[in-house]
Design a protein around this ligand. Structure first.
Ligand code: HEC
Ligand code: HEC
Ligand code: HEC
Ligand code: HEC
Ligand code: HEC
Ligand code: HEC
Ligand code: HEC
Ligand code: HEC
Ligand code: HEC
Length: 440
C-alpha cells in the first residue's frame, strides 16, 4: 500500500521535473528520501501503537471501557500518527511495554498540530475554537457537556470532511450538532432558548433541500449559519447566525435589494429596531412563502409587518405613522383578506418586501410617481385610471385628519343614533300603553 503510494509520488515528481525541464535525478532522489522517511515514521508509529493496542484492543481492561477499535483507527485520517502524539502518557519505568500511569494530561489538538491559517475560510481554522461558545464553556469553565473537538469529530475514527461517513460531512452535520442540542438535559442546564433546532430544521426549506431536493452542496446546514469553530451564543454583538450577510452568502440578489431598503440599510448600521431576514422568515423553521403557515405568506404577512408597525413606541421614535394596521384592516383590501380572499393586496403587494422604501423616496413603489404602476400590476388592477390609484390607502376613519371619510362616517353614525332615539321615543309610549291595556 505504502510502496504503491511512494511509486505514485515518484511518478508525479518525475512528470513535474520533465515539465520544468530540470534534472530528473534530483527529483528522483528527493522523492526517494521522502518516501523512506514516511515509511520509517509510519513503521515507528505502528510499532508504538501496536504496544498500546496490545492492551487497548482487548476487552480485558475495565470491561472494554478503554477498548479501541483497531480497524476503525487504521482507516481514520490519523492512521499514521502515534497514540502518544495525542495522549501524552507518563510511562511506568521502561519504554518496552508502554504501560503507563493512570493520570493523563488533557488532550490539546492545537498544541502541535491543527494550527491552520485563520485566513483560509471564515471560521474553519481550529484556532478559533477557544473563543467560541463551546471553547469558552469547556476551556474556561470546564463544562464537560460543551462540544470539544472530539464530540464533533469523534475520537479515534476521525474522517476527512469530504468523506461521506464523516460526522462533519455536510449531510451529517445537523445530526452531529443535535446529539447535544436536542438533549433536554443539556438545553435546561445551559438555558439554551431553542429546544428542537433539528426538528425545525428538517421542516425548513433548507432541511428539505439537503435531504429531499438533492441540493446537498447548495443548502444551508447548521454551520453555514452559525459558523464552524467560531460558533457564538445569544447576546454576542455580531452574531453570525442573525447577520443578514450570512443569508446573503447564498441569497445574493435578495441581500443586495435588502441592503438598499429602509430596513436593510438601517440593520447593517446596527439599528436593532428594523427587521433582519430571520425576523420575517423565522430562525430555523424557514418555509416557502407559498406555504400558508409561513410568516411571509399572504395570510400572515400583514401580522408580521404589524408586529412592529402597530407598536406605537417604535413607530413614534422614527416618526412613522402607527395606524397602518388599523387603517389597512378597514380598507377594502383588508376586509377582503379577512374573508380569505388571497388575491387582495397585502402590505407587500404595495410596498414590496426586500426593497421597501419610504414613500418620499422616488424609487419607492408607493411614491406618488409610481403608484399607478403599483396598482396596475398584472394580477391587480391593470387598467386603473390615475385618479383612483392616487387616492389614499391608509385612512383611519376614526381620525379627524382623514378628512372626508371621517366626516362621512360621523354623519352615518349620527343618522344611526338619531334613528335609534326616534325609534325608542316612538316605541316606548306605545309599549307602556299596551301593558296598561292588558292589565285592564
Ligand atoms: C499494559 C497494558 C497497557 C498498555 C500497554 C497501555 N495501556 Fe492505556 N490503559 C491501561 C489500563 C489498565 C487503563 C485503565 C486505567 C484505569 O484504571 O483507569 C488504561 C487507560 C488508558 C487511557 C484512558 C485514561 C482515562 O482515564 O481516560 C488512555 C487514554 C490510555 N490508556 C492510552 C494509552 C496509550 C496511548 C498507550 C500507549 C502509549 C497505552 N494506553 C498503553 C493499560 C495499558
Ligand atoms: C488524534 C488524537 C488521538 C489519537 C491518535 C489517539 N487517541 Fe485516544 N483519545 C483521543 C481523545 C480526544 C480521547 C478522549 C479524551 C477525553 O475524553 O478526554 C481519547 C480517548 C482514549 C481512551 C479512553 C477511552 C475512550 O474511548 O474515551 C483510550 C483508552 C485511548 N484513547 C487510547 C488510544 C490508543 C491506544 C491510541 C492509539 C492506537 C489512541 N488512543 C490514539 C485522541 C486520540
Ligand atoms: C461544534 C463542532 C466542532 C468542534 C467542537 C470542532 N470542529 Fe472541527 N469541524 C467541524 C465541522 C462541521 C467541520 C467541517 C467544516 C466544513 O464545512 O468544511 C470541521 C472541520 C475541521 C477540520 C478540517 C477537516 C477537513 O477534512 O477539511 C479540522 C482540521 C478540524 N475541524 C479540527 C478541529 C479541532 C482541532 C477542533 C478542536 C480545537 C475542532 N475541529 C473542533 C466541527 C467542529
Ligand atoms: C438558516 C440559518 C440557520 C440554520 C441552518 C440553523 N440555525 Fe440555529 N439559529 C439561527 C438563528 C438566526 C438563530 C437565532 C439567533 C439568536 O436569536 O440569537 C439560531 C439559534 C440557534 C440556537 C440557540 C442559540 C442562539 O444563538 O440563539 C441553537 C442552539 C441553534 N440555533 C442550533 C442550530 C442547530 C443544531 C442547527 C442545525 C440542525 C441550526 N441551528 C441550524 C440560524 C440557523
Ligand atoms: C457535545 C455536545 C455539543 C455538540 C456536539 C454541539 N454543541 Fe453547541 N453547545 C453545547 C453546550 C453545552 C452549549 C452551552 C454552552 C454555554 O452555555 O456556555 C452549546 C452552545 C451552543 C450555542 C449557543 C447557545 C446559546 O444559548 O447561546 C450554539 C449556537 C451552538 N451550541 C451551536 C452548535 C452547533 C451548530 C453545533 C454543531 C456544529 C453544536 N453546537 C454542537 C453542546 C454541544
Ligand atoms: C448555504 C447557502 C444558504 C444559506 C446560508 C441560506 N440559504 Fe436560504 N436557501 C438556500 C437554498 C439552496 C434554497 C433553495 C431550496 C429549494 O428551492 O428547495 C434556499 C431557500 C430559501 C427560502 C425559500 C425560497 C423560495 O424559493 O421560496 C427562503 C425564504 C430562504 N432560503 C431564506 C433564508 C434565510 C432567511 C437565510 C439566513 C438566515 C438563508 N436562507 C440562508 C441556501 C441558503
Ligand atoms: C420585512 C420582511 C422581510 C425581510 C426583512 C426579508 N424578507 Fe425575504 N421575503 C419576505 C416576504 C414577505 C417574502 C415572500 C414574498 C412573496 O413571494 O409573496 C419573501 C421572500 C423571500 C425568498 C423567496 C424568494 C423570493 O424572492 O420570493 C427568499 C429566498 C428570501 N425572502 C430571503 C430573504 C433574505 C436572505 C433576507 C435578508 C437578506 C430576507 N429575505 C429579508 C419578507 C422579508
Ligand atoms: C422588526 C420590526 C419591523 C418589521 C417586522 C417591519 N418593519 Fe417596516 N420599519 C421598521 C422601522 C423601525 C422602520 C423605520 C426605519 C427608519 O425610519 O429608520 C420601518 C420603516 C418602514 C417603512 C418606511 C417608513 C418611513 O416613512 O420611513 C415602510 C414603508 C415599512 N417599514 C414597511 C414595512 C412592511 C411592508 C413590512 C412587512 C413586510 C415591515 N415594514 C416590517 C420596523 C419593522
Ligand atoms: C393597497 C396598497 C397598500 C397596502 C395594502 C398597504 N399600504 Fe402602506 N402605504 C400605501 C401607500 C400608497 C402609502 C403612502 C401614502 C400614505 O402614507 O398613505 C403607504 C404608506 C405606508 C407607510 C408610511 C410610509 C411613509 O414613508 O410615509 C407605512 C409604514 C406603511 N404604509 C405600512 C404598511 C403596512 C404595515 C401595511 C400592511 C398592514 C400596508 N402598509 C399596506 C399603500 C399600501
Amino acid at each position: 500500500m505504502l510502496l504503491a503510494k511512494c511509486f505514485m509520488q515518484m511518478k508525479i515528481l518525475l512528470a513535474l521535473s520533465s515539465l520544468l525541464e530540470k534534472r530528473k535525478c534530483i527529483y528522483l532522489f528527493l522523492s526517494f528520501i521522502i518516501c523512506i522517511g514516511s515509511i520509517s515514521a509510519k513503521e515507528k508509529s505502528v510499532s508504538i501503537n501496536q504496544k498500546c493496542l496490545s492492551c487497548h484492543s482487548t476487552e480485558s481492561i475495565c470491561d472494554g471501557k478503554f477498548k479501541i477499535n483497531e480497524e476503525e483507527f487504521y482507516s481514520s485520517a490519523h492512521s499514521s500518527i502515534k497514540c502518544t502524539d495525542c495522549h501524552l502518557v507518563s510511562l511506568r519505568g521502561s519504554d518496552e511495554k508502554m504501560s503507563h500511569k493512570k493520570i493523563m494530561p488533557e488532550i490539546d489538538c492545537t498544541a502541535k498540530c491543527h494550527q491552520q491559517n485563520k485566513q483560509i475560510k471564515p471560521g474553519l481554522s481550529p484556532l478559533y475554537y477557544p473563543d467560541s461558545v463551546h471553547g469558552r464553556a469547556y476551556l474556561e469553565r470546564g463544562a464537560q457537556d460543551a462540544a470539544k473537538c472530539w464530540d464533533c469529530h469523534t475520537k479515534h475514527n476521525i474522517k476527512r470532511q469530504s468523506d461521506l461517513d464523516s460526522t462533519v460531512n455536510k449531510r451529517n452535520i445537523p445530526l452531529t450538532c443535535s446529539n447535544c442540542h436536542e438533549d433536554m438535559s443539556v438545553i435546561l442546564k445551559y438555558n439554551i432558548h431553542c429546544e428542537k433546532p433539528y426538528q425545525d430544521y428538517l421542516q425548513s426549506v433548507h432541511g428539505k433541500a439537503l435531504y429531499k431536493a438533492g441540493l446537498l452542496s447548495l443548502a444551508a446546514v447548521c454551520t453555514d449559519c452559525h459558523g464552524i469553530h467560531d460558533i457564538k451564543g445569544v447576546g454576542e454583538p455580531s452574531l453570525i447566525a442573525k447577520n443578514p450577510k450570512t443569508c446573503g452568502k447564498c441569497h445574493i440578489l435578495i441581500f443586495n435589494a435588502y441592503k438598499e431598503s429602509i430596513h436593510g440599510g438601517e440593520a447593517l448600521n446596527g439599528n436593532p429596531d428594523v427587521p433582519l431576514c430571520v425576523d420575517c422568515h423565522n430562525e430555523h423553521k424557514i418555509i416557502f412563502p407559498s406555504d400558508e403557515e409561513a410568516p411571509t405568506s399572504w395570510k400572515n404577512v400583514n401580522d408580521t409587518c404589524s408586529a412592529c408597525h402597530a407598536r406605537i413606541e417604535i413607530m413614534q421614535k422614527y416618526g412613522v405613522p402607527d395606524d397602518r394596521r388599523e387603517s389597512y384592516i378597514q380598507s377594502l383590501h383588508g376586509i377582503a383578506i379577512g374573508y380569505g380572499y388571497e388575491a387582495a393586496a397585502n402590505c407587500t403587494s404595495c410596498h414590496g418586501f426586500h426593497d421597501i422604501r419610504p414613500a418620499s423616496d422616488p424609487s419607492s413603489r408607493v411614491n406618488p410617481a409610481n403608484l399607478a404602476k403599483t396598482c396596475r400590476q398584472e394580477n391587480c388592477h391593470p387598467g386603473m385610471p390615475d385618479k383612483i390609484s392616487n387616492s389614499r390607502i391608509h385612512i383611519d376613519i376614526n381620525q379627524k385628519k382623514s378628512g372626508a371619510s371621517y366626516y362621512i362616517q360621523q354623519i352615518f353614525l349620527w343618522i344611526v343614533f338619531i334613528t335609534a332615539v326616534i325609534t325608542v321615543i316612538w316605541f316606548v309610549p306605545g309599549f307602556i300603553k299596551k301593558i296598561k291595556y292588558l292589565k285592564r
